[in-house]
Design a protein around this ligand. Structure first.
Ligand code: GDP
Ligand code: IMO
Ligand code: MG
Length: 425
């Protein structure tokens, strides 16, 4: 059995958490392959909302196995908080949550380094979630990092002190002062390292490959989105991991020949949180309306998300990079009530039309739009595709024709139930 992948095709927050939770009944194992607590994956069911940062979105199905893969970076403090939140809801995740020994750990000083680096950048800051993601991946590739497996070894404290000293000397190069609360944070961090020890540590590459050999169905869950990929996103305004489907091979130890379906998820429009180019951004009433209707505020930082029209140049780029086999469109309901909706079909730079995602997106680059008539109906209760407004179906058809990949699931609200499967796609 091959592993399927589900990942975001835009700048993150496409609704991955909701859809992974919805698809979990069709799988045996859900495995996160990259990113860390910069992610905020929201799930809604039974009138309750849950936000996950590190834990895979299959966790609410207690009979399913959830794996945090080697490609993920873990902040033990945030992880503990997530587990305790789940416990409050009656969920004991020590039983069905397995963690790769090779996943890297975020230290309190990684977060300080993130903050110092962002502060030094001033206006050119990335808009990081300040969770220490970049510095932790830097230590991973610099071969200095601490891994989950290390916490059980006798020299853990020594390794920690060594890395902390290095971080302190780096921080001293910045105009950045370390808060008095650091010692308290460090103490809390060590307590949460102890908390982490009760979870089963695994060599996830062996386990996932065994699951596949045994005929179990594995779904690899992405975080962030393709346009935040360290190699292919709008660098340097990106995150520090490979968010594309190839990242699932690296982040879980799956051979490329064993990747099955790639579910690519996108919003019916675009959003971005943090800095960086965003060709179809709307800084007007329409953008405000999308933000309000879609409740577009970050699940991790609470920051308002920048909103804009659907960008087909970016979507086609993402579909190509990931080898997407089927598309999932979320937040279709948010576009209800617009007289007119736009899709960007190419970019214009001077007199030239451009249909490739450029090396650098200059402010002169202008999106070329095709207009679509909107629809007025509330669609949040609709359960089957045929009952959707004709204008929405035409919008969907246009995207499918352009991207040449079927849209197999349409989401019409945040709840698990507000999801339409198209049987023939
Ligand atoms: P993720 O990071 O990709 O998991 O996405 P987030 O959870 O950060 O952001 C998506 C937000 O949209 C969450 O608040 C979801 O509850 C919500 N959501 C997901 N699908 C839909 C949908 O189809 N319609 C609406 N209105 N909200 C949705
Ligand atoms: P999910 O999984 C949206 C953005 C940040 C910033 C840039 C770098 O919920 O889709 P980092 O903290 O990685 O140093 O930030 O990436 N970013 C996200 N934007 N959704 C996310 O995750 C994100 N994770 C990081 O806003 O612009
Ligand atoms: Mg999110």
């Amino acid at each position: 059995m091959n592993t399927d992948v589900l990942l975001g095709l835009q700048w993150g927050d496409e609704g991955k958490g909701k859809i992974v939770d919805f698809l979990t009944p069709y799988y045996d194992v859900i495995a996160r392959f990259q990113g860390g607590p910069n992610a905020g994956h929201s799930l809604e069911f039974g009138n309750e909302k849950h936000v996950l940062h590190t834990i895979p979105s299959g966790i609410f199905h207690s009979e399913k196995i959830n794996v945090i893969g080697n490609g993920v970076v873990i902040d033990p403090l945030i992880f503990e908080q997530e587990i305790l939140n789940l416990k409050k809801g009656g969920l004991n995740s020590t039983l069905n949550l397995l963690i790769s020994k090779k996943a890297h750990i975020i230290l309190p000083t990684h977060r300080l380094l993130d903050a110092a680096s962002e502060a030094a950048k001033g206006k050119t800051k990335i808009g990081s979630t300040l969770k220490g993601i970049g510095p932790t991946y830097m230590d991973k590739t610099g071969r200095n990092g601490l891994r989950v497996g290390d916490i059980l070894l006798p020299d853990f404290q020594e390794k920690y002190e060594f890395l902390k000293r290095k971080h302190f000397s780096l921080i001293s190069l910045y105009d950045f002062s370390i808060d008095e609360s650091f010692n308290k944070n460090e103490e809390e961090w060590f307590k949460s390292i102890d908390f982490l020890k009760q979870f089963k540590q695994i060599n996830s590459e062996y386990l996932i490959n065994k699951y596949m050999d045994d005929g179990k169905k594995v779904l690899a869950e992405g975080a962030q989105g393709t346009l935040l990929d360290i190699d292919f996103g709008s660098y340097p305004f990106v995150t520090s991991s490979n968010t594309v489907s190839a990242g699932a091979c690296i982040g879980l130890g799956i051979p490329p020949t064993k990747i099955g379906k790639v579910h690519g998820i996108f919003k019916a429009y675009c959003t971005r949180v943090g800095s960086g180019p965003f060709p179809t951004e709307l800084e007007d009433e329409s953008g405000e309306k999308i933000r309000k209707n879609g409740n577009e505020f970050g699940a991790t930082t609470g920051r308002p998300r920048r909103c804009g029209w659907m960008d087909l140049v970016a979507l086609k780029y993402a579909v190509m990079l990931n080898g997407v086999s089927n598309l999932i469109m979320t937040k279709s309901d948010v576009l209800s009530g617009f007289d007119q909706i736009k899709i960007c079909t190419s970019y214009k730079s001077g007199k030239e039309n451009q249909d490739h995602f450029p090396f650098q997106i200059s402010p002169e680059l202008e999106p070329v739009y095709k207009d679509f008539p909107g629809w007025k109906e509330d669609i949040t209760h609709i359960k089957n595709y045929d009952a959707l407004p004709l204008n929405l179906k035409q919008y969907i058809q246009f995207i499918e024709d352009e991207v040449k990949v079927p849209i197999s699931i349409i989401s019409v609200g945040p709840d698990r139930e507000q999801t339409i499967f198209r049987d023939n796609k």
